[in-house]
Ligand binder design. Sequence first.
Ligand SMILES: [Zn+2]
Length: 131
Amino acid sequence: MRDVQDVLSRLRRSPFRSGIRLQKKELEYLRNKGMEEVLQHAADFIQKRLASANPANDGKQTPWHNHPAFVAQHATATCCRGCLQKWHQIPKGRALTEEELQYIIELIGTWLSQERDAAEKRKTGYTGHTS
Ligand SMILES: [Zn+2]
């Protein structure tokens, strides 16, 4: 199976993908709702917008803002079937498997926790040298 950390480090080398950040509102939403609930929403979005063999409006089905999961989908290239094929070798034209759905949620969850931690460090002025 695909390796989440490996894929995330490839994504970080893409100027486009690595430039995608959570905005203040989306970070607050993540803090207020908690990771578990946000990932439940993510699973729901993926199920409705991406999981079928031929999703409606493929390539345009994922908004850019207003939910942390949407932002994470763009950052992790799990926003449409084209990106899933290009970045994750998940072929278009067939429904996603349960294993692929779990992989996508894991990617989104890992990216969101990294974003949340990075934002915390910016806020507290943490530099990595506290002593
Ligand atoms: Zn896409």
